[in-house]
Design a binder for this molecule. Structure first.
Ligand SMILES: [Zn+2]
Length: 326
């Protein structure tokens, strides 16, 4: 079995009685994910209260005045390559000014500063623009398209945008998936999800399902039937994928108009085009996370402090300890 589960019931005692919790320890041998599901943890008390939707909307409005993505023609935004930015409809791609890879791109997907209902064209256009960029600029590197939506998902800018990057080797989480697919096979992986009632839909080119051992809450995955790469997808297949993404996102935003989310799309001849999307906490006034798609879906950390500097700095405070040592 690729999808494995161990169930455990715990009992917590009170003077007034007892409550039981059901814990599901799950493992997916293809993704390498190990998740613990306890539905009642959603009931935990939180010391910090959520802000009202009106307050959150006011905060978003404030960010519009200082948004660099609202000015498409802004010359301070980098180009995608030496010569140009890639544009399609409202989508525009340029290089990330603060990259974590040699080729790290940002793709703005709409002219609107904030949207809580996404449209298929938002994603279709940015995917078409990336397809053009891949053909012009990239060779055979591993290519990933990802999204952090809103600060609780790791986004530093509210304006909806995707990020893409290339690496010479697969990212650690992707490497596990490539090996898992090779060992167990995509068909068996999909069949086990279907047998457990997790299949959502069979599209023309993609199958959509809820993941058995998720990385994030309410996680959904989609995978192409054919093992092709992103720039081998036809325009109608890119449109179908955009439709899938938009349907999931609009469902998330229907639950809460300020819900944050991460997604990552991998491509490889072993499994085709494979995407994962999951919920983060909704936007609130004082919460911004430093963990986004790279940490959740690639198994890597981006760090902005030098370990050498912190060692040098703390050496001063620890001098007294070293002085005791003979
Ligand atoms: Zn903006």
């Amino acid at each position: 079995m690729i999808l494995q589960e161990k169930r455990e019931e715990t009992t917590i005692y009170f003077y007034t009685g007892e409550i039981k919790n059901l814990l599901l320890f799950r493992e997916d041998k293809v993704t390498g994910n190990k998740s613990i599901i306890n539905h009642s943890r959603a009931l935990r008390p939180h010391s910090i209260q959520q802000h009202s939707q009106l307050e959150v909307a006011k905060e978003i409005k404030k960010t519009e005045k200082v948004c660099i993505f609202c000015q498409y023609e802004n010359e301070e935004l980098p180009l995608a390559s030496k010569e140009k930015r890639y544009e399609k409809g409202e989508a525009v791609i340029f290089q990330n000014k603060y990259p974590f890879a040699e080729k790290h791109y940002v793709g703005i997907i709409t002219k609107k500063h904030f949207v809580n209902i996404f449209k298929v064209k938002h994603f279709r256009d940015v995917f078409l623009a990336f397809k053009e960029l891949i053909e012009d600029e990239l060779s055979n590197e591993y290519f990933y398209i990802n999204m952090n939506f809103l600060p609780p998902a790791g986004a530093s800018i509210v304006h909806p945008h995707v990020q893409a990057f290339t690496f010479a080797k697969p990212t650690p989480k992707h490497q596990l998936i490539i090996e898992g697919m090779k060992k167990h096979g995509k068909e068996k992986w999909l069949k086990e999800h279907k047998d457990k009632g997790l299949q959502i839909s069979e599209g023309n080119s993609f199958e959509i399902f809820a993941t058995f051992a998720p990385t994030l809450n309410s996680e959904i995955a989609w995978v192409s039937y054919e093992n092709r790469r992103l720039n081998d997808l036809k325009n109608k297949e890119l449109k179908e994928m955009s439709n899938i993404i938009v349907s999931i996102i609009n469902y998330y935003l229907h639950l809460n108009p300020f819900n944050a989310f991460n997604f990552a799309i991998y491509e490889h001849e072993q499994h085709g085009v494979l995407g994962f999307i999951g919920l983060r906490k909704p936007l609130t006034k004082y919460y911004s996370s430093d963990r986004g798609f790279l940490e959740n879906y690639h198994g890597m950390q981006v760090i902005s402090t030098y370990p050498e500097s912190i060692a040098k700095e703390l050496k001063k405070s620890f001098k007294f300890i070293s002085s005791y040592r003979k």
